[in-house]
Design a protein around this ligand. Structure first.
Ligand SMILES: Cc1ncc(COP(=O)(O)O)c(C=O)c1O
Length: 451
């Protein structure tokens, strides 16, 4: 059997899979941060184009991918599905391990799968500039790429600690023509307020979102684009799982468990939702979201209405949260440092439809290095969480002496994350304890919603 299963460009999906009609119950309304009542479409139209808003609430199971988007997807899609035989051998496991590799995109992760359609729909709506935030720099570079493809300007608020850890991500965004502001910045009220209280603030995804939303809301020619969390982003990412299902048909196999790391949830959703859909036809596939122990949104958070950002400018959603002003420790998986979680992923977790697990960063890097030494590819620190969980599933299969087919998402490569690997290899990578007191404190400030 081949090591890589590769589909033709003709097999790039023509439609995204929308899980909304297949959810275990009705969706909770999105709440306006101004009125604390269900948000009116006009409020959302100030920062999103109509086509994106339509997708956000659509109950159509299948949504067409525009030809212009598919044409750009052709640059790297379909992405390969690998059988990790060398890792299996290293682990001496009876389990079969497969991984879907999204690091082949120009930006090096799954993020362009949504950046391209978001830029396209905004261009169609006559928007001139997009504002966004970025944690690890993966989303910012993906949106910079997408904007350069469609001739849009792009402003990225990049979490300050990530700017320092990953200067070349910033260079990449600038190469694709974006303007990058380390966040918190002096360019917005949200940034200035935070800096007035804490001039040394290292930033967080929640703060950077506040800055980008404010930028979009205060400029008529500018919209906002979010790299995860929202329903339309999860929708766009389903190309990953849809392709993987076709690739499993070629392999004559099917996963018992699908594993993906989970920041805001779109990566997990993209890989897992199309498999979860198969349960209706009797498939017993498990789905596991993996997160950092220092930012344990699903495993230690509460299911409640909360703001999407620190400055309370972004809409309020029902989700697992650690509190909108929780400041996670500066771990190297910057893309997993978000206080909240996709409402769709949250609802599935609450209903017991998916599992979640958390790991400390040293355990993840240990897994990533074992993976690199057998499979070659250097995983992004975010993806290393999925690698770790897949290795543990394979070891469990060995202990139990059972066969098992494992699929995990290798959401990106880590070639611009070598500082993190250096820290691990020199024994200087800190493991943070679960910040219980900080989370308890942040949870006291959840908004009180009476509907
Ligand atoms: C490589 C990589 N994997 C996974 C994630 C988490 O993605 P999501 O927010 O879609 O869960 C990120 C976020 O930046 C990332 O860069």
């Amino acid at each position: 059997m081949n090591t890589k299963i590769i589909l033709s460009e003709e097999q790039i999906p023509r439609q995204w899979y929308n899980i909304i009609p297949d959810m275990p119950g009705p969706l909770h309304p999105v709440i306006s941060p101004r009125t604390l009542q269900p948000a009116k479409p006009e409020e959302m139209l100030a920062i999103f184009p109509p086509a994106i808003l339509q997708q956000e609430m659509s109950t159509e199971r299948w949504i067409d991918i525009p030809d212009e988007v598919r044409d750009i997807y052709r640059l790297w899609r379909p992405s390969p599905l690998y059988r990790a035989r060398r890792l299996e051998q290293a682990l001496q496991t009876p389990a079969k391990i497969y991984y879907k590799y999204e690091g082949v995109s120009p930006a090096g992760s799954h993020k362009p799968n949504s950046a391209i359609p978001q830029a396209w729909y905004n261009k169609q709506a006559g928007i001139r500039r997009l504002a966004t935030e970025t944690g690890a720099g993966q989303w910012g570079s993906s949106l910079a790429l997408a904007c350069s493809m469609f001739g849009l300007e792009c402003t990225v608020y990049m979490v300050k600690v990530s700017c320092q850890q990953k200067p070349y991500r910033k260079s990449m965004m600038e190469l694709w023509g974006a303007r990058v502001n380390p966040s918190p910045s002096e360019f917005t009220n949200a940034g200035r307020t935070i800096l007035a209280h804490d001039p040394e603030c290292q930033g967080s995804l929640g703060i950077a979102i506040s800055e980008a939303v404010e930028d979009a809301a205060t400029h008529a020619d500018t919209n906002y684009a979010l790299g995860s969390v929202l329903n339309h982003v999860c929708l766009h990412q389903t190309v990953i799982g849809l392709e993987a299902k076709e690739q499993f048909k070629v392999a004559g196999d099917y996963p018992d468990v699908v594993i993906a790391c989970c920041g805001g949830g779109s990566n997990f959703a993209g890989l897992a939702f199309p498999f979860i859909a198969d349960r209706a036809a009797g498939r017993k596939v498990r789905a596991m979201a993996v997160e950092p122990a220092s930012c344990p949104t699903l495993t230690k958070g509460v299911y409640a209405f909360d703001y999407g950002d620190t400055a309370k400018m972004a809409p309020i959603a029902m989700m697992y949260t650690l509190g909108h002003d929780f400041m996670p420790p500066g771990i190297h998986a910057g893309g997993l440092r978000y206080h909240g979680e996709s409402p769709l992923v949250s609802q599935l977790y609450h209903a017991g439809e998916i599992e979640a697990k958390s790991y400390k960063q040293n355990a993840c890097f240990e897994g990533a290095i074992l993976f690199s030494r057998s499979e070659g590819i250097v995983p992004a620190p975010e993806s290393s969480h999925a690698v770790r969980a897949a290795i543990d599933e394979a070891m469990l299969a060995k202990e139990e002496g059972k066969e098992r087919t494992i699929l995990f998402g290798l959401s990106g490569h880590g070639q611009l994350d070598m500082g993190a690997y250096d820290a691990y290899l020199s024994g200087n990578l800190e493991d943070y304890e679960y910040p219980e007191a900080k989370i308890r404190e942040a949870l006291e400030r959840l908004p009180k919603i009476c509907l």
